[in-house]
Design a protein around this ligand. Structure first.
Ligand code: 8X3
Length: 247
């Protein structure tokens, strides 16, 4: 039986991915900050799940949780780097610097640290890494500033990892979803339910399960096949043009 670790599994894409993998016969280590939600998810999944509650930004806690994994869950074959967030939609000149720090700490520094921690195991087991980036890493939009920057990092880091892991048999994929209806916008707006409803309302956004099924598909492809990068959007979302400020 293969084992995956899914970060940010307390809700949204992470939770759906843990459920999809478990449904396909994988063992899953689910991680996140909210221990009650993780326990509920793990008990729902049953003995194929192990809940490891820690703040992904706390490197010592992350290392301790990995070191303390039960023997049956130590052999990680798949790392799903899902934990991440956007904070704020204001222009750069108006934002709180701490929001930028939190995004960098979570989306970049924590992702890098857990990847580094698990690389020896993944190499030993010829495993796989699926990193969660975003269309915001490719296409700039107003208010995307550091969020988009962190996701551009994840995209390029993923491609670089592919290169470094050449010959090891480890697969690396990066997924760039567009609009997915999860707690993402509630978190981004500091709990503004109306903003979240307005964004997703009538748009038929992608669901967490759409992305979870994509991750499951990537993870179960034959071992000679690597999806380098995959961008997804709901049909209702597309691109807008440049803006011009006039005197
Ligand atoms: C966020 C995607 O389209 O909501 O990762 O900016 S989008």
């Amino acid at each position: 039986m293969k084992t995956a670790i899914v970060t940010g599994a307390t809700s949204g894409i992470g939770e759906a991915t843990a459920r999809a993998l478990a449904g396909a016969g994988w063992q899953v280590v689910v991680t996140g900050r909210r221990a009650d939600r993780l326990e509920a998810l793990a008990s729902d999944i049953g003995q194929a799940a192990h809940a490891a509650a820690f703040d992904i930004r706390d490197e010592a806690a992350m290392r301790a949780a990995i070191a303390k994994l039960p023997e049956a869950f130590k052999g990680i074959d798949l790392l799903v780097n899902n934990a991440g967030l956007a904070l704020g939609t204001a222009p750069a000149q108006q934002v709180d610097l701490n929001q930028w720090r939190t995004m960098i700490d979570t989306n970049v520094s924590a992702l890098v640290a857990i990847t580094h921690e698990l690389l020896p195991t993944l190499i030993e087991r010829k495993g796989a890494i699926v990193n969660m980036a975003s269309v915001a890493g490719t296409y700039p939009y107003s208010g995307g500033n550091v969020y988009g920057g962190t996701k551009a990092f994840v995209q390029q880091f993923s491609l670089g990892l592919r290169s470094d892991l050449h010959g090891t048999g480890v697969r690396v994929s990066v997924i760039d979803p567009g609009m997915v209806e999860t707690e993402f916008t509630l978190i981004r707006t500091g709990g503004d339910q109306a903003a979240s409803d307005t964004l997703y309302g009538g748009a038929t956004p992608m669901t967490a399960d759409d992305i979870a099924q994509t991750i499951l598909w990537i993870a179960t492809l034959p071992p000679h096949l690597n999806i380098n990068r995959l961008e997804l959007m709901p049909v209702s979302q597309s691109f807008a043009g440049f803006q011009v400020a006039r005197a």
